[in-house]
Ligand binder design. Structure first.
Ligand code: PLP
Length: 433
C-alpha cells in the first residue's frame, strides 16, 4: 500500500516567517475551485488507477489530504522533516513508547502531565517497558540514571505543574552520547515560542488539544522529527495502530494554527502581568512562572524562548486543600476545568485534578502540594482576570478551613463563598452517587 507522503512540503514559503508559514504552508489555494480555504476531505477511501497500482491516497488511515495539509504546516513550523497528526496527545505519546521493546526503560522527568505518568506506569509496564522518574532539571541526575536498558528520555519542555524548564541542548547532548532517543512534550512551550528540534531533540510532541487548536473544541496530538528513518518508524506504528486524526479535527487544528503566534504572545503577556500581581498577594506563598526573574529556569527560558514564556502559570495558596478547592470553585471568569491553551481562561487544582493520577507518594515527592493552583490564561483582559482572582481569594477567608465541618452541616451563610461552594459540591456528589 502506498500512502500520501506527509513529508512533502510543496511550498514556496520555506524562508518565510513563522506567522506567514502558519497561514500559508499546507493551506494552499484549492486549484480546482480557487477556494482560499482548502476543502475538507471526509472520504475514507480513494479510487485507484489500477488493481495493485496505488494512487497518492488509498485509505484515510494511511493518508488523507486534509491531514497531509496539517502535517505539512506542522513540519514547517517545527523545522522537521515530517509530522504526524494523532487523535489525541496521549495517542501521540503512546506511539513514541511503541518504538521500545520488552526490557527497555523510559527515563522521564518528574514534572510531567499526569496522563503521561499513567501511560508509562500502568500501560507501558504491561508490555515489559520500565519507567524511572528523575528531576530533569538536574543534568547529573539524568546522566547517573541512564542505564544500558534506557532507550528513551522523555520530558516536558516546560514542566507541569512546577513550570520547570529543561536545558534541551544539554539533555540532547547526554542522549546522543548514550545513544538514547530524546522526546519532549512541548505543549506548554508551543512551536511559536520554542522549537525543540532546533536544539537537538529527536521527537517533539504536542497535545494539539491545547494551544494548536486553541479554542477548546477539538482533540488532537502531533509528533514531529528531523530524521527520516525515525519518521518512517513512527508512521509505520501510527498506520498499524490507527490513532489518526479525523478530517474535521485536522481542519479545526489548521484553522487554529493560523492564529497561534498572535494568541500565544498575547496570552504570555497577560500571564506575566498576573504572575507579577500574584507574587505580591498576601495570600500567595509562591508563584511558578518562567517569566519571573526569580524562577530557577528563567535564564534558560529566556535563552530558549525569548521574551514570551507561555500562558500557563501555577501559584501556591497559603491554605489547605479545601481552601484551595474553594478558590478554584469560586472564580467566575476562570472556568474550573482541566486542559489549557484556549482563548478562555481555566483554573484547576493539580493535586485533585490534572495530577490526581500520580501516586500520593510521588505527588508529595515532586512538590505537587494541595495548595497549588494552575491557571491557563486565555485572551480576556488582564484587569478582568485579576479582579476575578482577587474576588475568589477574598471569598474564602483565611480561617475558613477551621469552619469547614460547620460549612458542611449548617445552611450556607449569606454571601459566604466557602459555605456555598462546599454545600454545592456536597449536593453534586450526593446526586452523583
Ligand atoms: N501533555 C500535556 C502537557 C497535557 O496537558 C495533556 C492533556 O492535558 C496531554 C499531554 C494529553 O493530551 P490529550 O488530552 O490531547 O490526549
Amino acid at each position: 500500500m502506498t500512502n500520501k507522503d506527509p513529508m512533502s512540503d510543496s511550498n514556496s514559503h520555506s524562508k518565510a516567517s513563522f506567522r506567514t508559514r502558519a497561514v500559508h504552508v499546507g493551506n494552499e489555494v484549492d486549484a480546482s475551485t480557487g477556494a482560499v480555504v482548502p476543502p475538507v476531505h471526509f472520504a475514507t477511501t480513494f479510487r485507484q488507477p489500477g488493481a495493485g497500482v496505488w494512487g497518492e491516497y488509498d485509505y484515510s488511515r494511511s493518508g488523507n489530504p486534509t491531514r497531509s495539509g496539517l502535517q505539512a504546516t506542522l513540519a514547517s513550523l517545527e523545522g522537521g522533516v515530517g509530522s504526524l497528526a494523532f487523535s489525541t496527545g496521549m495517542a501521540a505519546i503512546h506511539c513514541v513508547t511503541m518504538l521500545l521493546s520488552p526490557g527497555d526503560m523510559i527515563l522521564a522527568g518528574s514534572d510531567i502531565y499526569g496522563g503521561a505518568y499513567r501511560l508509562f506506569h500502568r500501560i507501558c509496564d504491561r508490555a515489559g517497558i520500565g519507567v524511572e522518574l528523575v528531576n530533569f532539571t538536574d543534568l547529573d541526575a539524568i546522566a547517573a540514571a541512564i542505564r544500558p536498558e534506557t532507550k528513551l528520555l522523555w520530558g516536558e519542555t516546560i514542566g507541569n505543574p512546577q513550570m520547570s524548564v529543561l536545558d534541551l541542548p544539554a539533555i540532547a547532548g547526554l542522549a546522543k552520547q548514550s545513544g538514547v532517543l530524546f522526546g519532549v512534550d512541548n505543549t506548554f512551550g508551543t512551536p511559536a515560542l520554542l522549537r525543540p528540534l532546533e536544539h537537538g531533540v529527536d521527537i517533539v510532541m504536542h497535545s494539539a488539544t491545547k494551544y494548536l487548536g486553541g479554542h477548546s473544541d477539538c482533540l488532537g496530538g502531533t509528533l514531529a522529527v528531523s530524521d527520516k528513518a525515525l519518521f518512517d518508524q513512527l508512521y509505520f506504528i501510527q498506520n498499524a495502530t490507527g490513532a489518526v486524526l479525523d478530517p474535521m479535527s485536522c481542519f479545526l487544528l489548521s484553522r487554529g494554527i493560523k492564529t497561534l503566534d498572535v494568541r500565544v504572545r498575547a496570552q504570555s503577556e497577560t500571564a506575566m502581568s498576573l504572575a507579577l500581581w500574584l507574587k505580591e498577594h498576601p495570600r500567595v506563598k509562591r508563584v511558578l512562572y518562567p517569566g519571573l526573574e526569580e524562577h530557577p529556569g528563567h535564564d534558560l527560558a529566556k535563552r530558549l524562548m525569548g521574551q514570551h514564556f507561555g500562558g500557563v502559570l501555577t501559584f501556591e495558596l497559603a491554605g489547605t486543600k479545601e481552601q484551595t478547592a474553594m478558590v478554584c470553585q469560586s472564580t467566575k471568569l476562570f472556568c474550573l476545568a482541566v486542559s489549557l491553551g484556549a482563548v478562555e481562561s481555566l483554573i484547576e487544582q493539580p493535586a485533585t485534578m490534572s495530577h490526581a493520577s500520580y501516586a500520593a507518594a510521588d505527588r508529595a515527592r515532586f512538590g505537587i502540594t494541595d495548595g497549588l493552583i494552575r491557571l491557563s490564561v486565555g485572551l480576556e483582559s488582564f484587569e478582568d482576570l485579576r479582579d476575578d482572582l482577587q474576588a475568589s481569594i477574598n471569598a474564602v477567608p483565611a480561617e475558613c478551613h477551621a469552619r469547614r465541618q460547620s460549612c458542611l452541616r449548617e445552611p450556607p451563610r449569606q454571601g459566604h463563598a466557602c459555605c456555598r461552594a462546599t454545600q454545592e459540591s456536597l449536593l453534586r456528589s450526593s446526586r452523583a452517587r
